[in-house]
Design a protein around this ligand. Structure first.
Ligand SMILES: Cc1ncc(COP(=O)(O)O)c(C=O)c1O
Length: 470
């Protein structure tokens, strides 16, 4: 296939041509990619990445919600090197184990805050968030089978949730585009509406009232299905890929009341929200609920090497271990020694630099203050932060908060300006989102916010010229 990008260097064009010819990318329209050519990212340092043309970009998305300790951490490379020289791989299937996997499981159990009878002493490993959520489905079904309630099969999730891209992950997720391909969701997975105040609140409804009403959709769904058929509810503490949708303060306590009332398991998918992102090691602590299973991945290694897993709460672990016999599930790379060694080194950095605390006390509040200023921009309907992630909605009319509707590509226009001006910000429809490295200084936050403001100005001028404003 020909790559039609003419203003690039020969070296970039060559790698783009090979990319287009051979590399099938995730979530990509390859026809489009072939004409435009990929952006080739070649190096990184601190909070910045560079492309093959030498362009420097401030990475306000931490790669893909991963690089919480920032780029260029030699300690992590050293940890991988040393473990590779000692024991690059061994499986953990046949009554064998390895030291980093054991140490990491113990460390995660130590870091996970007390959750009463659901407290966490056990970890099941995978290599990604998607696999971990598949493991959750397997564990939840096994749990209810072992308790002689095999009819409890249904897992309730939410529309616009993201739980990964495997068959189970994509089914648990609530992305209509993903369900439209490949006959998803698989049976016994159903969805309720998301707690998105800006989109779903009634006129004049308070955030607290909306939070209670949104949680109530879970109870309605449980009753519709029949409580004795519901196995679990899965949710992200804050919906990340859906656009940084932050639930009202009343939402999670009410969800807890409902899952407790009907005895159903609660899965907290913290693939994005754990490891300091919301100012805590795990996000269930921030919102004060007690999950049975916690999905993790990404920032457990700050993305330096793939690793995922599930914190298995005592309620589930006890049944699986004491009643279950052999659990016929696992992955070649469950507890991969190199990935676990890197994770241990990464958590050591986070502890030493007190990154969760830093988000909680310092840079989280600082970002919130900056986003309050951004919310004044004429193109911004609402700008919100939670810990060290943030989202803003681009609107046609600031006074009425009218949205762009059919012109949802406004987000892509904004993203284009960001890239041209040296900033990686993600567009989810009309929402622009960030989740920067947790190591950012105040000066770097100022630099990022100035770039966001500049790109909002440029987007405003462009949509005005197009006649899209109202
Ligand atoms: C909440 C959540 N769960 C699961 C996943 C899937 O993780 P992975 O891409 O590592 O499979 C993601 C990915 O962004 C996520 O945000």
């Amino acid at each position: 296939m020909t790559v039609l990008v003419s203003n690039m260097t020969a070296a970039t064009r060559e790698i783009q041509a090979l990319d287009s010819a051979h590399f099938m990318h995730p979530f990509t329209d390859h026809g489009d990619l072939a004409t435009r050519g990929s952006r080739v990212i070649t190096k990184s340092e601190d909070i910045y990445i560079w492309d093959s043309e030498g362009k420097k970009l401030l990475d306000a998305m931490s790669g893909l919600w991963c690089v919480n300790v920032g780029y260029g951490r030699k300690e992590l490379a050293d940890a991988a090197y040393q473990q590779m020289m000692k024991l690059p791989f061994y499986n953990s299937f046949f009554q064998t184990t390895n030291v980093p996997a054991v140490q990491l499981a113990a460390k995660l159990a130590e870091l996970a805050p007390d959750a009463g009878e659901r407290s966490f002493q056990h970890v099941f490993y995978s290599s990604s968030g998607s696999e971990s959520n598949d493991s959750n489905v397997r564990m939840v079904r096994r749990y209810w089978d072992l308790l002689d309630q095999p009819q409890r099969k249904v897992i309730i999730s939410r529309l616009n949730a993201y739980h990964g891209s495997t068959m189970a992950g994509a089914s648990l997720g609530g992305m209509s585009g993903m369900h439209a391909q490949g006959d998803l969701p698989i049976p016994n997975i159903t969805h309720i509406e998301q707690p998105y105040f800006f989109e779903n609140a009634l006129p004049g409804e308070s955030s607290d009232d909306f939070g209670l009403r949104a949680a109530g959709w879970l109870e309605t769904k449980i009753l519709e299905i029949g409580a004795n058929k519901v196995a679990a509810f899965i949710a992200e503490p804050v919906q990340g890929a859906g656009g940084v949708i932050i639930p009202p303060a009343t939402y999670w306590p009410e969800i807890q009341r409902i899952v407790d009332k009907y005895g159903i398991l609660l899965i907290s998918d913290e693939v994005i929200c754990a490891f300091g992102r919301l100012g805590h090691w795990f996000a269930y602590e921030k919102f004060g609920y007690k999950p049975d299973l916690v999905t993790f991945a990404k920032a457990v290694t700050s993305g330096y090497i793939p690793l995922g897993g599930v914190l298995v709460g005592n309620r589930v672990a006890t049944v699986l271990i004491e009643k279950g016999g052999e659990f016929n599930h696992g992955y070649t790379y469950s507890g991969h020694p190199v990935a676990c060694a890197v994770a241990l080194a990464n958590l050591e950095i986070m502890e030493r630099e007190q990154l969760p605390q830093r988000v909680h006390d310092d840079i989280g509040p600082y970002l919130a203050q900056k986003f309050e200023e951004i919310s004044e921009h004429p193109l911004v309907g609402v700008a919100e932060t939670c810990g060290f992630m943030a989202g803003l909605v681009l609107v046609k009319n600031k006074a009425t908060r009218q949205r762009f509707g059919e012109n949802l590509s406004v987000g892509m226009i904004c993203r284009g300006h960001c890239f041209k001006n040296g900033l990686i910000m993600r567009a989810v429809g009309d929402r622009m989102i960030i989740a920067p490295p947790l190591t950012m200084t105040h000066a770097q936050i100022d630099e990022m916010v100035a770039l966001i403001a500049q790109c909002l100005d440029l987007t405003y001028e462009e949509v005005k010229t197009k006649g899209w404003l109202a």
